[in-house]
Design a protein around this ligand. Structure first.
Ligand SMILES: Cc1ncc(COP(=O)(O)OP(=O)(O)O)c(N)n1
Ligand SMILES: Cc1ncsc1CCOP(=O)(O)O
Ligand SMILES: [Mg+2]
Length: 215
C-alpha cells in the first residue's frame, strides 16, 4: 500500500519582509516535494488583512510557485483568486460556501474546504464539488485559535470510504506526523513547523520527507 502524504504549505499569518519570505519559500521548494502553498495572511487578532497585502504577496510568490509546479491557493477569498490568477481557494465554514466559490471560479480551479472533525461537513463539501476536505486540528497550534480536535480514525474512515483527497492540519511536525500519514492523509498542511524550524525551511522539508517515508 502507498502511504505517502504530500506537503501542503501554509504561509505564516504575517509576512513583514516579503523578499525574505520569498527566499525562504524558494529554499523550501528546493529541498523536496511540495504540492502547494496556501497564502494565508491574517492580522494579529485573526482578522482579514487589506486586499492589497494579499495581492502584493501573491504577485511576489505566485511566480515562484508556478516555476516549481506548486499549486498556489489563496485563503478565504475566491474574488482574489480571480484577480490574481491563482490556482484555487481554501474556504472555511464561515467563508464563502464551496458552491459559491465554485460558481465564482469555475470547474478548473481548486476549491478546498475546512471540515474540522466532521464526516458530515466533509460529505457535504464533497457533494458541493470540493477538490479536497481539510480535517483538524490534529495537535495544539499557536498559528490559529482552534475549537476542534480531529483524530486519526477520521482520516482512516475517510480514505476507506471515499476517493476525495484529505488534508490534515494543525500543529503537524516531522516528529508527530507519522500516525497521520499512516491513517491515509493525502496532504499534510503545515505552517510553523516549516517556517519556524530552527535550522530553516529546507531542513524542515527534509525532516518531513524522512518521517513520511518512514511512516
Ligand atoms: C488546508 C486548510 N485547512 C483548514 C484551514 C482553516 O480554514 P478556516 O477555518 O477558514 O480558518 P482560517 O484559515 O481562514 O483562519 C485552512 N486555512 N487551510
Ligand atoms: C489554519 C489552521 N487551521 C486549523 S489549524 C491551522 C494552523 C496550521 O498551522 P500550524 O502548522 O503552524 O499549526
Ligand atoms: Mg477561512
Amino acid at each position: 500500500m502507498h502511504l505517502d502524504s504530500r506537503l501542503y504549505l501554509i504561509s505564516p499569518p504575517q509576512v513583514p519582509d516579503l523578499a525574505a519570505f520569498a527566499e525562504a519559500f524558494k529554499a523550501a521548494l528546493g529541498a523536496g516535494d511540495v504540492a502547494s502553498l496556501q497564502l494565508r495572511l491574517k492580522s494579529a487578532d485573526g482578522s482579514a488583512v487589506p486586499d492589497d497585502d494579499v495581492l502584493y504577496a501573491a504577485e511576489a510568490l505566485m511566480p515562484i510557485a508556478q516555476k516549481n509546479e506548486v499549486a498556489f491557493i489563496i485563503n478565504d477569498r475566491p474574488d482574489l483568486v480571480l484577480k490574481t490568477g491563482a490556482d484555487g481557494v481554501h474556504v472555511g465554514q464561515s467563508d464563502a460556501s464551496c458552491k459559491k466559490a465554485r460558481a465564482i471560479l469555475g470547474d478548473d480551479a481548486t476549491v478546498g474546504v475546512t471540515c474540522h472533525d466532521s464526516k458530515h461537513l466533509a460529505l457535504v463539501a464533497g457533494e458541493e464539488g470540493a477538490d479536497y476536505v481539510a480535517f483538524g486540528a490534529f495537535f495544539p497550534t499557536k498559528t490559529k485559535e482552534t475549537k476542534f480536535k480531529a483524530e486519526t480514525s477520521l482520516l482512516e474512515w475517510w480514505s476507506y470510504a471515499t476517493t476525495l483527497p484529505s488534508v490534515a492540519i494543525g500543529g503537524i511536525t516531522p516528529e508527530n506526523c507519522r500516525p497521520i500519514v499512516r491513517a491515509g492523509a493525502d496532504f499534510l498542511a503545515v505552517s510553523s513547523a516549516v517556517w519556524d524550524h530552527p535550522e530553516g525551511p529546507a531542513a524542515a522539508i527534509k525532516a518531513f520527507e524522512k518521517s513520511i517515508s518512514e511512516a
